[in-house]
Write a protein that binds this ligand. Structure first.
Ligand code: SAH
Length: 342
């Protein structure tokens, strides 16, 4: 990966037509290189190579670049082959995982590297975006709870406009784009506008944040199903009843604000009040914290600890497994023993 200062002051010769090579040119400039361009194989290359540290070849199959490659070999100049920018604009919806860069997929990194414009969210990995996307335009459209800096329809319109202007637009989202991420709507608006769109899945917080606290969402002989719900708005009585009757694990995203309603709703619907509840805040960050309690005590425990969004709630006996890996062992020791037969 090219970092900010990797090419500081070095001369890089980018060989290839200006349009297809534009992303490569921008990336090396962003990395500090002095970029020289050789637009067609017909231009003289040998003398040009004298002070060149690297040749970046954007080969679109024109005859003649072989000579440049041979010249590189003869003068021991490094040559890398780079991908040409697609002639038409498009959108790639990218799942960025739960936060850290190293939980981005290889395909996500590739899409960022090839981006002209990145629309990103607060929850996705964005701290090193400038490096990961090699100088692409970075546009923050993140939402904080209760605040909507850029409304959804504007995000969609801006993405479509940028793609129509010929750019490769990456829409970077936290976790997986199709888990409470409005990814489906963004795909639909691209399709409607006739803009090519692809989706790169991401590691969802629904599974990975419990894992960060040592909690498996399924565990043999403990839970063989898990249900992921949004706590964005309280559920209906019927939904609480269905949930309480499912058994297995319940994972709640965006649930800190509606914790009281959820705990009361499940208890009223008949769920055992001693069912373990874990609140995992800021998974994979330096300030990750897990608060363990049970259905009857979770509201008090969350208030006492000052639990805040972003957090993933885990409701079910799998929470005890987190105790076995150490980090929340003490908190799990305070739980009531698991019910008979589990
Ligand atoms: N598409 C995302 C979810 C978006 S909804 C995904 O698949 O993960 C946003 C919610 O995700 C937050 O309110 C929180 O409940 C959860 N979340 C995302 N990242 C998190 C993290 N690093 N730590 C804790 N919760 C997180």
């Amino acid at each position: 990966m090219i970092r900010d200062t990797d090419f500081l002051g070095l001369t890089v010769l980018v060989a290839g037509a200006a349009g297809p090579a534009r992303r490569v040119i921008r990336r090396y400039r962003h990395a500090g290189a002095v970029v020289r361009c050789l637009e067609s194989p017909g231009d003289r290359a040998r003398t040009v190579l004298d002070d060149v540290a690297l040749v970046a070849l954007v080969d679109e199959g024109q005859p003649g670049w072989d000579r440049l490659a041979a010249d590189c070999r003869a003068s021991s100049t490094l040559l890398v082959r780079e991908r040409a920018a697609a002639p038409r604009g498009r959108v790639t919806l990218v799942g960025g995982g739960p936060g850290p860069d190293d939980l981005l997929t290889v395909r996500a990194l590739e899409a960022l590297r090839e981006a002209d414009v990145v629309f990103y969210d607060r929850l996705g990995p964005h701290r090193n975006l400038a490096e990961l996307s090699g100088g692409a335009d970075l546009i923050d459209v993140g939402k904080r709870p209760g605040h909507h800096p850029v409304v959804q329809s504007d995000i969609e319109r801006r993405m479509v406009d940028a793609a129509r202007a010929g750019h490769h637009v990456v829409r970077l989202k936290g976790g997986d784009p199709f888990v409470f991420g409005r990814g489906g709507e963004e795909v639909a608006s691209c399709v409607e506008a006739g803009v090519e769109v692809t989706v790169v899945p991401g590691i969802t917080s629904a599974v990975s944040v419990p894992a960060a606290a040592g909690i498996p969402v399924t565990h043999r002989a403990v839970s063989h199903l898990f249900t992921v719900i949004s706590g964005h708005a309280p559920l209906s009585v019927v939904e609480y009843e269905h949930l309480a009757g499912l058994g297995g694990t319940i994972v709640v995203l965006m649930g800190v604000g509606t914790l009281p309603q959820l705990m009361a709703g499940l208890a009223t619907a008949g769920m055992d009040r001693r069912t373990p509840v874990a609140i995992v805040e800021r998974g994979y960050s330096d300030s990750q914290r897990t608060t363990v309690s049970d259905l009857s005590g979770a509201v008090r425990a969350a208030a006492a600890a000052g639990c805040k969004s972003p957090a993933v709630l885990v409701i079910g006996d799998v929470v005890r497994q987190g105790g076995k890996s150490g980090s929340v062992a003490e908190q799990c020791a305070g739980l009531a023993p698991a019910a008979e037969g589990v």
